[in-house]
Design a protein around this ligand. Structure first.
Ligand SMILES: NC(=O)c1ccc[n+]([C@@H]2O[C@H](COP(=O)([O-])OP(=O)(O)OC[C@H]3O[C@@H](n4cnc5c(N)ncnc54)[C@H](O)[C@@H]3O)[C@@H](O)[C@H]2O)c1
Ligand SMILES: *[C@@H]1O[C@H](CO)[C@@H](O)[C@H](O)[C@H]1NC(C)=O
Ligand SMILES: *[C@@H]1O[C@H](CO)[C@@H](O)[C@H](O)[C@H]1NC(C)=O
Length: 388
């Protein structure tokens, strides 16, 4: 199982955050170095059915198989996507073990999930570093997992490069849109390369294994739990490596002075870059469908996007409406190397997993996320604050 290695990337001195043709300056550090943050980050996550039985020294609900109960190990479950996936799995009756080293995630999110599902045998949290092989072996020896959803990663593209590179993790800059699963993979930044390497290792491993493997490649993830229980709360020091909705919310809050859109003369309907935004609720739905349809000995690879591109200008307008703040936007000249259009062809996942994106109203997704952001000025807060 250790072959599903973690992604290690280096940090970089950043001066401003750029979001696929859009960026916002860090008010604390004024400089002209511009590091681009890949916007159409495509991700690899894996659901692996673990088929062998293990023996245990002691028995807990998590160490025993139970008829009709599927036990899922969620790595990175304290993070943004992992916590939303855990909520959905618990709601659907799965048993969940979260493994996270809390380097990025929030124990507050885990506490909320535990409060929602306090019954024994529903949710267990294990603090561990997946880079620690001994710890991982122990976790597998002591727990009876049926499947793994792997979200743990150092997941900020901006951290993975010091160079002004462009979008689209494992696919690089494809010649043709939309991106299908057959689009050639030529990752152009360390983030994308690490994802591709992880995929290759999994594919190699699966050749001699009867595990069921599903690899999902995401586009830009936005939104949060519509019922407002969970949100996105990266460590403050990572803000400048930001994600696009984080940039919008920080600008709306006045933490950042505004947004900068770079390039208004692309060959798109309004001249700004086009990207594919996927709501986290749809994304975790794709994971559950992938888990349900995983077949031993087989590998499924799927793009998870809406298939609809939205321009940066549309995103900014949706952000203004969702937050009700008239965010200051500067429209600037293009950066070299920005790709005009990046969006997915989601037909394979629709045909094979019966999945389609349903939360496709950008403004609504941002509104939901903004509601959580407004009610949680300090994110999940510190553990001592959370304990109540
Ligand atoms: N959020 C996006 O827009 C987006 C887009 C494309 C792909 N992805 C991918 O989705 C996955 C999850 O992303 P996210 O946005 O939820 O990130 P996140 O940073 O919120 O969550 C990652 C979690 O993994 C944990 N973690 C990291 N290294 C670990 C280790 N060695 N051992 C144990 N736990 C560890 C962190 O503490 C954190 O809780 C990543 O693989 C990421 O690359 C995210
Ligand atoms: C957690 O994982 C990250 C990345 O995989 C690593 O850089 C960090 O040192 C780990 N932290 C702890 C406390 O284990
Ligand atoms: C596909 O999903 C839709 C919507 O959830 C559902 O109504 C339909 O029955 C599903 N079709 C199949 C073949 O499973």
């Amino acid at each position: 199982m250790q072959s599903i290695g973690r992604t290690r990337t280096q940090s970089r001195p950043s001066r401003s955050v750029n979001l696929g043709g859009m960026d916002y300056p860090d008010p604390k550090r004024k400089g002209n170095f511009v590091g681009k943050v890949a916007l159409a980050a495509i991700m690899t996550t894996v659901c692996i059915l673990v088929l062998k039985k293990s023996s245990f020294n002691y028995a807990t609900p998590f160490s025993m198989r139970e008829e009709g109960v599927t036990h899922v190990l969620v790595t990175g479950g304290a993070g943004y996507i992992g916590s939303h996936a855990t909520l959905r799995l618990l709601k659907d009756g799965y048993r969940v073990t979260i493994v996270d080293n809390l380097s990025r995630g929030n124990i507050g999110a885990v506490k909320i999930l535990q409060e929602l599902f306090p019954e024994p045998g529903r949710l267990q949290f294990i603090y561990a570093d997946l880079g620690d092989a001994k710890a991982v072996n122990k976790i597998f020896a002591e727990n009876a997992f049926d499947a793994v959803m792997h979200f743990a990663a150092v997941a900020y593209v901006g951290e993975s490069t010091m160079y002004p590179l462009n979008t689209c993790a494992t696919y690089g800059e494809p010649e043709k849109m939309p991106i299908t699963e057959e689009t050639t993979q030529v990752p152009i930044n360390p983030y994308g390369k690490a994802k591709k390497m992880a995929e290759d290792m999994i594919l190699d491993f699966s050749k001699t294994s009867d595990m069921a493997v599903m690899i999902l490649r995401y586009f830009n993830v936005i939104g949060s739990d519509p019922e407002g229980r969970l949100g996105e709360s990266p460590p403050p020091e990572l803000r400048e490596h930001g994600r696009i909705s984080g940039a919008c919310f920080d600008a709306a809050r006045g933490i950042m002075p505004g947004l900068k859109v770079k390039g208004t003369d692309y060959k798109t309907h309004d001249g700004t870059c086009i990207r594919d935004y996927i709501d986290v609720t749809d994304l975790v739905d794709a994971h559950v469908k992938a888990l349900e349809k995983a077949v031993p000995g087989k590998v499924g690879i799927y793009n998870v996007g809406t298939g609809k591109g939205r321009s940066v200008k549309e995103f900014v307008e949706a952000c203004k409406k969702a937050t009700g703040v008239d965010i200051k936007v500067d429209y600037l000249p293009r950066r070299p190397g920005d790709y005009a259009e990046v969006f997915s062809d989601p037909s394979k996942i629709r045909n094979e997993l019966n999945w389609t994106a349903r939360y496709t109203d950008l403004q609504q997704s941002l509104k939901v996320a903004w509601r959580w952001q407004k009610a949680h000025r300090d994110g999940y807060g510190t553990p001592s604050v959370m304990a109540s």
